[in-house]
Design a protein around this ligand. Structure first.
Ligand code: SF4
Length: 219
């Protein structure tokens, strides 16, 4: 019925985000977040990591299977692709901060793949529920450039009408009331797209080209 609220409307991390906290305290608090149902069945919250004074922050979609087990973002194969691409584009991976728009691993099981956990994209409501963590991270770090890795990160930073195919490799102004306010946003593909592509080399080169736009914006 039009106007009826679903239980998902109440999803939000906001009550779990402590005011005035530094990154360490935010990370500790996020470990206990129950702002949406995605914490159920996972190993742990995967908070952002890296240089707290970074000039560039990279935002992905959500942790994957390896990240969920290890509790760190981008430690799986996609993270290795990203590190190589950053380096090639002229951005030192050690001088970045990396996080995800959603801090818990969303997955499903399919009978033919046994117990293996298969990645499932977060819904817009789950994305919005987790937004207060991303906003708090960006507010503390105050990066000059935010790289949106893939469509979900782009929607978290630029709104639900964002299309990665159209806007990748460009410099966009963050909405003054959005999570990346004050920073330039450079969207690109998620590095896992390289691993899924038939022509990995071409897709990888596209990722590097987009990251060069971010490197040039840093000057
Ligand atoms: S996905 Fe985000 S909002 Fe949902 S429980 Fe995890 S940390 Fe909280």
């Amino acid at each position: 019925m039009a106007g009826t609220k679903s239980p998902e409307d109440a999803y939000t991390a906001a009550p779990f985000v402590p005011e005035g906290a530094d990154l360490g305290a935010l990370r500790e608090a996020a470990a206990g977040c129950h702002g949406c149902p995605l914490h159920r069945g996972t190993t742990q919250t995967v908070f952002g990591a890296g240089d707290p004074d970074a000039r560039v922050v990279l935002v992905g979609e959500q942790p994957g299977d390896q990240e969920d087990r290890q509790g760190k973002p981008f430690v799986g194969p996609a993270g290795k692709v990203l590190d190589r691409a950053l380096d090639e584009a002229g951005i030192d991976p050690d001088e970045t901060y990396i996080t995800n728009a959603v801090k818990h691993f969303k997955f499903t099981h399919v009978p033919e793949r046994g117990k293996r956990r298969i990645h499932k994209p977060p819904s817009l409501r789950e994305l919005s529920a987790c937004g207060p963590w991303l906003e708090a991270e960006l507010e503390l770090i105050e990066p000059e450039v935010v790289v949106a890795l893939g469509a979900t990160a782009g929607k978290a930073l630029l709104g639900s009408s964002f299309r990665v195919t159209k806007e990748r490799g460009t410099r966009l102004e963050g909405d003054p009331s959005g999570p990346a306010r004050g920073a330039l946003i450079v969207p690109t593909i998620h590095p896992s797209a390289v691993l899924r592509a038939d022509d990995r080399e071409a897709v990888y080169e596209g990722l590097v080209a987009d990251l060069r736009v971010a490197a040039e914006a840093l000057g």
